[in-house]
Design a protein around this ligand. Structure first.
Ligand code: AVJ
Length: 311
């Protein structure tokens, strides 16, 4: 925990900095308290939200090829809590897997998922790592001298700006040396209507997910947001190649936050998330010099791709 963090592990300074800029913003990692993680799971099975089921179909159709490409004798590090069907598919098919390290910022959700995996995979050594993987962190204990493979599904890399994504990949490269690699799912560019529908679902689950970031700050920080004074907005920014999510303020008001007052004007927004969409060429450019693309798998519509890069 660094100095700017409160006992709850939330960095008040970082949050205030974002809310004091002309375009207010909040770090999207704060979506994921327990409720937020639940809502995200619900998003993943919405009919409009194609990424999850498309990625699962890619993994399903290509699992033996994927497992062969990755090879035997590995430790698997997952960025994300790893309760999903995708995790199970890998755990079922990877050969000679020694340790499984799920890494997640939401400790409660992480521990629950890890217990679930342990009960289903009695012979697997499951070591949950409560950490913010957007910052440098180290794995507990020995790596058993095995090759380390990172699994980073769900196009979560899309939350970073491209320069940050490249930095992130560079930063974690030592973890995979020597001989390891990263299996990563990345959402692709596609018609605007399909993209926008995926972030504006009919049931309003994405809206609730977006607004829940305010409840999270109210719970964990000394904040007094009224979520009823904001509404969900999501659109595709074509020039930037990203979906943007915002919380648009419905009326002029002020919010107290860790002893600081922040003013909100009707119509202004808090930018809560970017979700970048990448072509395969753009993905290769993000990875840069330190990586070699070994294989790529896609669905027939080319909505989504899974890549294996070796260090
Ligand atoms: C988990 C970051 C990949 O960007 O699609 C889903 C999060 N936000 N709906 C995405 C999200 C709104 C998701 N990622």
């Amino acid at each position: 925990m660094n100095e700017s963090e409160t006992a709850s592990g939330i960095a008040a300074e970082e949050i205030l900095k974002g809310l004091q800029r002309p375009q207010k913003s909040l770090p999207s990692k704060y979506f994921y308290d327990e409720r937020g993680s639940e809502l995200f799971e619900q998003i993943c099975s919405l009919p409009e939200y194609y990424p999850t089921r498309t990625e699962i179909s890619i993994l399903t159709s290509n699992m033996s090829d994927i497992s062969r490409t990755i090879g035997k004798g590995i430790d698997l590090v997952e960025f994300g809590s790893g309760s999903s069907l995708k995790t199970r598919m890998l755990l079922d098919h990877l050969k000679d897997l020694h340790v499984y390290y799920p890494v997640d910022i939401s400790e409660a959700f992480l521990m629950k998922s890890a217990d679930q995996i342990r009960s289903e995979y009695k012979n697997l050594n499951v070591i949950p790592v409560p950490a913010d993987y957007t910052e440098p962190f180290s794995l507990p204990g020995d790596l058993n001298g095995e090759r380390t493979i990172i699994f980073f599904p769900g196009s979560t890399i899309g939350n970073f700006r491209p320069d940050r994504a490249s930095g992130f990949l560079k930063q974690h490269r030592p973890l995979m040396l020597p001989g390891g690699g990263i299996l990563i799912g990345v959402d692709r560019k596609k018609p605007k209507e399909i993209l926008e529908r995926a972030y504006n679902d009919e049931k309003g689950v994405t809206a609730e997910f977006n607004l829940n970031i305010l409840n999270h700050l109210n719970d964990k920080l000394d904040a007094a947001f009224d979520p009823r004074l904001f509404r969900h907005k999501a659109f595709y920014n074509e020039e930037e190649g990203r979906i943007e999510m915002h919380l648009v303020c419905r009326a002029d008001h002020e919010v107290e936050l860790s002893g600081v007052t922040v003013s909100f004007m009707e119509g202004e927004s808090i930018h809560t998330e970017n979700s970048y969409k990448y072509s395969p060429d753009e993905v290769e450019a993000l990875f840069g010099e330190g990586y070699r693309l070994e294989a790529m798998w896609s669905d027939p519509d080319k909505y989504f791709s899974v890549y294996y890069f070796r260090v």
